[in-house]
Design a protein around this ligand. Structure first.
Ligand SMILES: [Zn+2]
Length: 187
C-alpha cells in the first residue's frame, strides 16, 4: 500500500476484512438453487453476523469522520458523492436487516434479506474504498506537509526580519533596545 498513508491502509484492511466476513457469513446459509428456500440462521450465527454488520456501520461512521477531518485534500464534489452513495447503501442494508416489516411479504424471506445484505455490502465496499483513496493517499499527504512547513518558514522569516547589529539576535522592528545585549537601535 505504497500510495496510501497509514490511516488509509488501516481503514482499507478493516473494510476488506468486514466485507469478506459479512459475505462469507451471509453465503453460509444461502440456498443457491432456490434462494427463497433459504432458511434463517441459528441464534449464534445470527449474533455473529449482526456483530459484523454493526462493526461495518461503526467503520462507516469512523471512515466518514476521518475523511471529514482529514486535511489531506480539499472536500469536493467527489467526496460528497462517495459519502452519499455509501450511506444510501447502508440505509438499504439496514432496512432489509432490521426493519423488514415495512417491506412487502415477498422481500421479507431469509433469501431476500441475505441477498440484499450481500449486494449492498459489496456495493458499499466501492464508495468506501473510493473515500479511503480520495482522502488518505500518501503523496497528497506529503504535499500537504511540505506546504505546511513552507508556510511556517515564510511566517517566521517575515516575523523576524531584522537582527541586532551587535549580537545578531532576531529583533522586532518596534523594539528600541536589544533584549539580550541591551544595544540601542537607532531607527
Ligand atoms: Zn543585541
Amino acid at each position: 500500500m505504497a500510495i496510501m498513508n497509514r490511516v488509509g491502509a488501516l481503514l482499507y484492511n478493516i473494510c476488506l476484512f468486514l466485507t469478506i466476513g459479512i459475505l462469507f457469513l451471509a453465503l453460509k446459509n444461502f440456498n443457491l438453487e432456490d434462494p427463497n428456500a433459504t432458511i434463517d440462521y441459528s441464534y449464534n450465527l445470527k449474533t455473529l453476523l449482526l456483530g459484523f454488520i454493526w462493526a461495518y456501520y461503526a467503520f462507516g461512521v469512523a471512515l466518514s469522520i476521518a475523511a471529514l477531518i482529514s486535511k489531506a485534500r480539499k472536500k469536493k464534489i467527489v467526496f460528497t458523492v462517495l459519502i452519499i452513495w455509501f450511506w444510501v447503501l447502508m440505509g438499504i442494508n439496514a432496512l432489509f436487516i432490521f426493519i423488514p416489516d415495512v417491506l412487502q411479504d415477498q422481500y421479507t424471506t431469509a433469501g431476500w434479506r441475505y441477498s440484499i445484505m450481500m449486494i449492498t455490502m459489496v456495493m458499499a465496499f466501492v464508495p468506501a474504498l473510493g473515500l479511503i483513496f480520495h482522502q488518505f493517499p500518501g503523496t497528497v499527504d506529503r504535499n500537504y506537509l511540505i506546504k505546511q512547513i513552507k508556510d511556517k518558514v515564510v511566517k517566521e522569516q517575515t516575523k523576524a526580519k531584522s537582527y541586532c547589529p551587535e549580537c545578531k539576535f532576531p529583533s522586532e522592528k518596534e523594539w528600541k533596545h536589544c533584549p539580550t545585549c541591551g544595544a540601542h537601535f537607532s531607527d
